[in-house]
Structure formats: structure tokens, C-alpha cells
Design a protein around this ligand. Sequence first.
Ligand code: AMP
Ligand code: MG
Length: 470
Amino acid sequence: MIAFDNSFARLLPQMFTPQAPIPVRAPQMLAVNTALAAQLGIDTDWLASDDALQVWSGNAVPAGAFPLAQLYAGHQFGNWNPQLGDGRAVLLGEVICTDGIRRDIQLKGSGRTPYSRGGDGRAWLGPVLREYLVSEAMAAMGVPTTRALAAVATGEDVLRETALPGAILTRVARSHIRVGTFQVHASRQDIPALQALTDHVIARHYPDADGVPALLSAIVAAQAELIARWMGLGFIHGVMNTDNMAISGETIDYGPCAFMDAYNPAQVFSSIDRGGRYSYANQPGIALWNLAQLATALIPLMPDPDAAIEDFTTRINRFSDIYQAAWVQVFGAKIGLADPQIADAELIQQLLTLMAQDGADFTNTFANLAGPQAQDQFTDRDAFAAWVADWQKRRAPDHAEIMARANPQIIPRNHQIEAVIAAATNDDMAPFHALLAVVTRPYDPPVGTRAPFAKPPTAQQIVTATFCGT
Ligand code: AMP
Ligand code: MG
């Protein structure tokens, strides 16, 4: 039913551990992604069948799969952890999609593995539904991201602070290779594994890179562009550890992530990010820090390490220029510029400063900027009017169309996600499906949905903290 071709499993044995998913008691289908299944070449009728439920729950291993847990390491909040790995996930295998791209199919929440350490290998319903909603919203907004193919309830409780309903997400990604996947082999001085991983990544993700230095540059560019896209949506990843940064340039690991409501560059949601390391405004700097760890991990592959350090430093430092250029493209489109230039950064920054002063709603300010209610977001109407005067001189004649393509009307807001999870915990999946239907049409939400779903939270509804949910 699924045409697997498992290239990662053909790499060296020390890079993973064969590991079947652990069966669950009473699986139930919560959601399936028909459009994504079609892209994967999976029969969309089969997708929601009982046979498929057995696969998505980990109760049956489909023909052709080679379930395995990947080894990786990582810096978590800046602290080196020499061994992490898939502790609650297994890679079922890979498929070549209808667009010709190879993608992983992974079960997340599928039980213990050799890398589980103290964990139970499971996930509860909340983070599974959060990842489903947010990753599918990101995909709909054109941001490189892992996807959600299915969500199932396990029929088992998982113990966190209390007993919570267990769930499994079927995640689809260009690969699950992370900065930490390189780090683990570098730290073990396992050059054959490091080389095999590098060759695999070049062939799979960056076929134009003619060697390790070019690979590094390509990854730097992909990350700079990705982070600029996050910034343009007010998205805060929340846990940008090196093990949560995908080499492919896709957004991965939707743990304590959130879209901001009120604009505040210092915003942090994650309950465990006490120092604000992964705040909104810190994201580009942290990406650069993570890329420096990647560069360090690649040095052992170079014949002349000293020369490589110098060359890699130059390549890493290009991040800032690439990021700045991408940021201007992203935000320039958000204010309706036809051909944004670096010099436009000032105009954009002036608006962001006004937004920060008033805690203006990030999404709605941009979505309504060309409309008559734009000034309602600002208390200093004179300052906003002065900004508009400058803006009018610069914006494109067709700015409204440019802005409509660049600015989502709807993003999955924290309070909405929390409400969906609360309902699902009480066996009501209807709010999940209602929210999913709207956030996957962010630029042209279904008729009648825009007003209710675009509404920022009331004072009582504001969510101040998000949780990893591990
Ligand atoms: P995260 O910060 O969520 O990306 O996870 C960091 C590490 O902890 C990874 O190696 C995960 O596989 C592992 N982990 C997270 N939650 C669990 C769990 N419930 N059981 C086992 N391992 C886990
Ligand atoms: Mg992770």
C-alpha cells in the first residue's frame, strides 16, 4: 500500500537502531490528511481504513517498511547532550512522492526505543493536535515544514502531571536529519558515519553542493530563509535546540511553539525557556549559533582543519546578509512593496516599532493595513498617520494584491489551539476539524469564518505559557 524505499536504513548500522513501534490497546482515528496522502502516492481510500489505522497506531508494520530509531545528539538550551535520538518516534521508511521528492514517514509517540532515557516513548493528545494544526497551517502559508499525515488516539493513558489520553502523530518530512545528527558522529570521531551522513544529505537535499563547504553554505542559506519566514508570521519555535533544527531547511518539532498575538519582539511562550533564549527576536541569532555547531561538526571531514575553520567561519557569517535580504523580501511583501530593497528595512522597522509600542496584533495589523480600520491598532494615531504618508510614497500601485498574498488572515492562535485540545480531551474532535479547515486556508478563509477566527484572545483567553508536552 505504501511504496517504501528506505535509503537511511542502508547507511551504517551505528547511525540507528532497528525498532518496531510498540503496539497500543485501542487505536482510534482522529484525523487523516487526504491531500498529503495523494502526494505520497498513498491510496486515499485506504488512508482512513482499519488497516491504515493499524499502521498509524504502530500495531502493524506495513510491507516494505524498515522501522528504526535514529541516533542524534544536540545542544539543548546551549548545553551539550552527547546522546539523544528518537526516544518516542520511529521512522517507518521513505517514499518517493509524486513531486519526485523523497520523504520520511515517521510515527511520533510510538513507544520506547533505546534512546528513550527516562521517558515513556509516548505523546499525549495535546501536542499531537498542536503539531498537526500548526504544521499544516505553516504548509498552507508556504513555509518549509514537516507535515501531518494522520493522528490517532491510542486508547491508553499517558502519565504526565496527570493521566492524559495518548496519541500518535504520523509525520512526513524531507528527512529527520538534524544538526544533532552530524554532531553525534563528530563528537564520537566516527568519520565513516559522518562521511556517510554527509554524502546522504548532499545526494538527498543539496545535490548541487559539490563538497562539504558548499553543503554548509547551502544549509546556511536555507536556514536564513526559513527563519525570515517565521519572523514574517510572528512565529516562535520555542525550542531551537540543535537537535530540533532540520538540515533540510524545514521547520521541525512543534513543541512549545506559538504565533504571537500582540507584537512583542521579546516574546517567549515556552514554560521551560526561563532565560528567553528562544524569544522571537533571538531566533536568527540562535539559528546562526546552531549553524556554527554544524560547521564545527563538519571540520573532521576536511583535510586541512585550520584552513577549514577559516573558510567555514566566512560561510557561517554570510547568514546575516542572507537573513537580512530574506527578511526585507518577506516584510516588504507584507507592506505591499513590489521590489523590496535593503533600504526599505527602515520603513518596515518604523511600523514594527509602532506595533511594539501598542502591542498591536501581529497578524491583524498586516492583514488590515491597507484597509480603513488599520489605525485602530494604534494609540498614537499621528505617528501612524506619518508612517502611512511615507508608506504611500513607496508602496506598489497593486500593493493590496501583494499584501493579500503575503499576509494571512488567519493563523492558529494559542487560545484556539488550547480550546481545541480541551474539547478533544473530552472526545469532541469537531473544534479541531473546524480550526484545521480555516488555518489551512489562511489567505482566503471559508465564508463566515474570518471574523470569528481572526479575533485576538480576550484578556481571559490569553495563553501566557506553552509546554513541550513530552
Ligand atoms: P524534544 O526537546 O521534544 O525535541 O526532545 C528531546 C529528546 O527527548 C529527544 O531525544 C526525544 O526523543 C526525547 N523525548 C522527548 N519526549 C520523550 C518521551 N516521552 N519519551 C522518550 N523520549 C522522549
Ligand atoms: Mg526534538
